[in-house]
Design a protein. Structure first.
Length: 360
């Protein structure tokens, strides 16, 4: 079977787990072997400018995104796959196979339950409208978990839309995949953590739940004076968090902001800390996968997206700082006994994911 080539649409993918996965895709390619063209976010130019494929860096403007997306999908041929990495489908049917990779729960949920800024709420509303208005142009929807698949099916039924093929197709970086246990038979043994060190790699998006996290850590640290919480916020985000909490710098005792660190450094942090993951919702929760792959202990939200990935995490109510703190205590008290089990079949690295995409 002759392989197809890709038109990759990834504007607005510039941070977080989506950026990590995009970096994996573009790091494993050979020049022009798979990609017809890539539409990338201008904010990723410093990272991807040297990648030897035909690419366009798109400004953070609605007109620019629509203009370039429209004209580059207009010419799509039968030997191409239009891969909507940001989930947003074309405005019309074209001759290519169209695959939407849904990496956000916003398409199926209302943002009203989260304290998003007005601009973010407007963007979510616009993207959600875009997805469901042009839903019928999609051939297949790919997701990373059964959790998100169920949510999409629920909305399809509610809207009385035609069912599409929905494939669960997660992927991670190559070095993480090497550590993963596919059959669930192996238990990862944990190191004996001498320090009470927690780590939350995340930006300051409202659903990431930093406010309850900080409240919980203050409760925990009142009993554990030497404990540390590492964050990965930008300097601007960290100052915003302080203002939201109405705290001065000296009231952030034990909280160390590492800033925006590389993916390699994130993986390194998992080897010497406990993953604390209070997010309200995720399509995948990439840090959960990465931490599980090396046996890092995990304290996380009692949510379906966590339980689908982590079979032995300490689970808490993400809306209760007390619940978060109690489970941090449980994890610390049982470190020597704790074993972390990851069970996930058919997870790809970037190369095998592209192979699946171009031959399907």
């Amino acid at each position: 079977m002759k392989k197809k080539r890709l038109i990759l649409s990834a504007f607005n993918v510039h941070t977080g787990g989506g950026f990590t996965l995009l970096n994996e895709l573009l790091s494993v390619i050979k020049p022009n072997k798979y990609f017809e063209k890539a539409l990338l976010d201008l904010r990723t130019k410093n990272r991807f400018e040297q990648v030897k494929i035909d690419k366009i860096f798109i400004e953070r403007k609605i007109f620019s995104r629509i203009f370039y997306f429209f004209f580059n999908t207009l010419i799509a041929r039968e030997d191409l796959v239009t891969f909507c990495f940001n989930g947003l489908p074309p405005f019309f049917r074209n001759k290519s196979k169209i695959v939407s990779y849904v990496q956000t729960f916003y398409f199926t949920e209302s943002p009203s339950g989260y304290e998003f800024p007005l601009f973010v709420r407007l963007r979510i509303f616009f993207e959600k409208l875009w997805f469901w208005t042009f839903y019928n142009n999609i051939d297949e929807i790919w997701v990373q978990t059964n959790h998100i698949k169920k949510k999409i099916i629920r909305v399809i039924i509610e809207k009385s839309l035609k069912r599409k093929k929905i494939r669960i197709a997660p992927f991670v970086s190559t070095n993480v995949q090497k550590n993963l246990n596919y059959n669930g038979s192996k238990l990862f043994k944990l190191s004996n953590y001498k320090n009470k060190v927690f780590f939350y790699p995340s930006d300051l998006s409202a659903h990431k739940n930093h406010i309850n996290l900080i409240k919980a850590f203050k409760i925990f640290r009142s009993k554990n004076k030497n404990s540390i919480l590492y964050l990965t916020l930008s300097n601007t985000e960290f100052r915003t968090l302080q203002k939201l909490m109405n705290y001065e710098q000296n009231n952030f005792s034990g909280i160390i902001n590492l800033g925006k660190i590389s993916h390699k450094k994130v993986l390194g942090m998992f080897k010497k800390s406990i993953l604390l993951f209070p997010s309200y919702d995720e399509t995948f929760g990439l840090p959960l996968i990465e931490a599980s792959s090396i046996g890092t202990p995990i304290v996380a939200s009692n949510k379906d997206f966590v339980k689908e990935i982590c079979l032995n995490a300490y689970l808490f109510n993400p809306r209760s700082p007390k619940s978060i703190s109690l489970n941090m205590e449980k994890c610390i008290q049982n470190l020597k006994k704790t074993k972390c089990l990851y069970e996930k079949k058919n997870i790809n690295n970037g190369k095998s994911f592209i192979n699946l995409l171009t031959t399907t």
